[in-house]
Ligand binder design. Structure first.
Ligand code: GTP
Length: 331
């Protein structure tokens, strides 16, 4: 594990086994590990840190320290915090890079946060664009394009707020935005169903360009098409973060414990966490990476080149004038 500096790394073996699910093993042959860059965005207290640790099955990130009462009114500005974890997922090595955004919506005006996040995502595209145009390639180049943003929605039970719609609209044309309901155990199953419906109605009404599961019937077998249809119906994923691991009938179970019972994080009847994890680290990791490269980055590159503001303008404009296509950097 490493915190941004890129120095150490732990391989986190998974307690999950998805080999029976459709789509698993798709990228089993990636030898060095498949890089996957994930960003977490959401207001403080929605469970981003707990989610990150639950996803990685280890304490990768420490919860934010509670400020002393004298300083509690001072809002910390948003910053980017990096984590890197090597995972082994159902026989597939993954180099998972997570960018967290503590301080988002924490008093700083939302426009500043939106700009910072958008600039971060675009800066990674600029790096790739510059690398593509370099005459001598940097063999150590690290592609940090964000393959997916998980946007945490407050489990109010009402509908989306303006800040949710605005942010997802801003980012949806730049990256794969996957909305999730944080701390979803705050809602009853019935409230959750209604809340999900309202959120999806808003997303559709305001044309928010969130990630859509592939809907290409010609290229998909029945099982994959069915799986994608089912996942589409589950949006936004309702997640619960693990608080403790208990022993149930001799096996470890990740839960949150309440006076009236336990919520099992990996139980599909209690939360969508396990399905979301499977989507991110197994069945749709390829599609998220591919869409980043072929659709979102290409769109950005075209915009940049047509505006004449590419990362290395002289080289790129010269190449375009000569009808040359820049070399692509493999994702
Ligand atoms: N009920 C419930 N509580 C949760 C869940 N996940 C986290 N929490 C609790 O919510 C509080 C905040 O969780 P964090 O994971 O620190 O939230 P965060 O979004 O990282 O917040 P900041 O670190 O302040 O940015 C903690 O008390 C967690 O134990 C969840 O799924 N359900």
């Amino acid at each position: 594990m490493k915190d941004g500096s890129g120095e150490e790394s732990n391989v986190a073996p998974s307690v999950h086994s998805y080999s029976s699910r459709p789509g698993s093993h798709r990228y089993k042959n990636a030898k060095k590990g498949l890089p996957f860059n994930l960003m977490l965005v959401g207001e403080p207290g929605l469970g981003r840190t707990t989610f990150l640790n639950t996803l990685c099955e280890s304490t990768v990130a420490q919860p934010a320290e509670i400020p002393n009462p004298e300083q509690a009114h001072i809002a910390e500005p948003m910053r980017f915090k990096h984590y890197a974890v090597d995972m082994e997922e159902d026989g597939m090595k993954i180099m998972l890079n997570i960018v967290d955004t503590p301080g988002f919506g924490n008093g700083t005006d939302s426009e500043t946060c939106f700009n910072q996040i958008q600039e971060y995502i675009e800066a990674q595209y600029d790096e790739v664009l510059a690398e593509e145009n370099r005459i001598k390639r940097n063999t150590k180049f690290r592609d940090a394009r964000v393959h997916a943003v998980l946007y945490f929605i407050n489990p109010t039970g009402h509908s989306l707020r303006e800040i949710d719609i605005e942010l997802m609209k801003r980012l949806g044309n730049r990256t794969n935005v996957i909305p999730i309901i944080g701390r979803s155990d705050s809602l009853t199953p019935r409230e959750l169903v209604l809340f999900k419906q309202r959120i999806m109605n808003d997303i559709s009404f305001f044309n928010v360009p969130i990630y859509d599961f592939p809907n290409n019937e010609e290229d998909e077998d029945d099982e994959t098409a069915e799986e994608n249809a089912e996942l589409r119906m589950m949006m936004p994923f309702a997640t619960v973060g693990c608080e403790e691991v208990i022993n149930q009938d001799g096996r470890p179970v990740r839960v949150r414990t309440y006076p009236w019972g336990v919520v099992q994080v990996d139980n599909d009847e209690h939360s969508d966490f396990d399905r979301l994890r499977y989507v991110l680290l197994n069945s749709h990791i390829g599609d998220l990476r591919e869409r980043t490269q072929s659709t979102l980055y290409e769109l950005y590159r075209t915009e940049k080149l047509s505006n004449g503001t590419a990362a290395t303008p002289e080289v790129t404009q010269g190449a375009v004038a000569l009808g040359m296509q820049p070399r692509s950097v493999a994702v």
